[in-house]
Design a binder for this molecule. Structure first.
Ligand code: GLA
Length: 353
């Protein structure tokens, strides 16, 4: 008797808090959203605390692989396919009852050497692209809530709304975009097909350029279901709540659903209470913009633990030197003000959400 009580107490005190503590997905779903999700990668599964958060469907209702569905991983050789890593993430999501955002099919980065260094003409590059799209989408048929079919097709500069010059545009022409959507739709008629982009969450030429891309796909008579607002922000440049909502409306008015796909908010290190508060404001504004936009189906953070974020000292030679602490949990697993801010916004905002 005594020992079973002890087991019960032990279970209640140790296992339960982990299971019930995070509830962002639960709260978002109660407000009518499909999910509150996170990016992840298989190398992160080794950390048991990380994994217990990831497996908690009350916290995260959708997963997206950071890298393992990208071209260089999936098709490292012309006739070589490797779904091993991505399969692990899809299996985990299936096991946990989480949605999958599948990311991505056609992009200018993280391409294998054989593709980048090959000699291509329009016809054979189009065939290679179609083959990649169809095989990958077919492999995950029925398992992806959404596919990011094309990623970041516009120039980086937010003041330049034109298509990015890369091998796809230069060799195939702008029609590569509609062709990719057409074949993704053929391979999985039920997956929602997205165009994912950054710096379109505020008004300007790039935002307008992204609307033109959507219209171009629609004018070609091809299905596009959604637009992904990446939302990699920093407090000094992030758009406010109203601007984010206005930008979302521009795309939902085109008949699309929308998702916040890669949310994180980097701050200048070392942190300060002021910066953490500004970070909270940006996170909360973004979540509120989605909650206030009926056709925004969900929000995904680009990982949730500072220790593993793509922005920080380990990657400073590559990205955003001096910035870090972009995620919802500090490296020591303390919750950021941003976390509690989102949680209380989801709990306490008026019911028109
Ligand atoms: C972009 C891509 C993502 C990822 C991030 C950086 O936003 O869409 O796949 O590579 O950059 O981590």
């Amino acid at each position: 008797m005594y020992s079973s009580l002890r087991i019960l107490l032990y279970t209640t005190l140790t296992v339960l808090p982990v299971l019930v503590s995070g509830q962002l997905n639960d709260l978002a779903q109660r407000r009518g959203k499909l999910y509150f999700g996170t990016e992840t990668e298989t190398w992160e599964f080794n950390d048991t605390t990380y994994l217990s958060h990831l497996n908690n469907v009350r916290e995260f209702g959708a997963l997206v692989p950071g890298n393992s569905m990208k071209w260089e991983v999936i098709q490292p050789g012309r006739y070589e396919w490797n779904f091993t890593l991505a399969d692990q993430i899809v299996d985990l999501a299936e096991h946990n009852g989480q949605h999958m955002r599948c990311h991505n099919l056609v992009w200018h980065e993280q391409l294998p050497g054989w593709l980048v260094n090959g000699t291509w003409g329009k016809e054979n590059l189009t065939a290679v692209m179609i083959d990649h799209v169809v095989r990958e989408v077919t492999h995950y048929k029925g398992k992806c809530y959404a596919w990011d079919v094309v990623n970041e097709v516009l120039n980086d500069d937010p003041n330049n709304g034109t298509l990015r010059s890369d091998m796809w545009l230069d060799i195939i022409g702008p029609e590569y975009i509609a062709i990719a959507f057409e074949h993704a739709a053929r391979a999985d008629p039920h997956a929602k097909l997205y165009y994912n982009e950054y710096d379109i969450e505020f008004k300007g030429p790039k935002h307008d350029g992204a609307m033109k891309v959507v219209k171009m796909i629609q004018d070609a008579g091809v299905r596009i279901d959604g637009i992904g607002f990446e939302s990699h922000f920093t407090p000094s440049t992030a758009p406010g709540l109203q601007e984010q909502m206005d930008c979302m409306k521009d795309f939902t008015d085109l008949g699309l659903e929308l998702a916040v796909t890669e949310l994180d908010v980097r701050i200048l290190l070392p942190d300060s209470p002021e910066e953490l508060e500004q970070q909270e404001t940006v996170y909360v504004d973004t979540v509120e913009a989605c909650m206030n936009t009926e056709k925004c189906v969900g929000m995904t953070v680009w990982d949730f633990w500072d220790q593993n974020s793509w922005i920080g000292p380990l990657t400073w030679d590559l990205y955003y030197n001096g910035y870090g602490e972009a995620d919802l949990y500090f490296a020591n697993w303390t919750r950021k003000p941003a976390y509690t801010g989102i949680e209380s916004a989801l709990k306490h905002r008026p019911s028109h959400w």
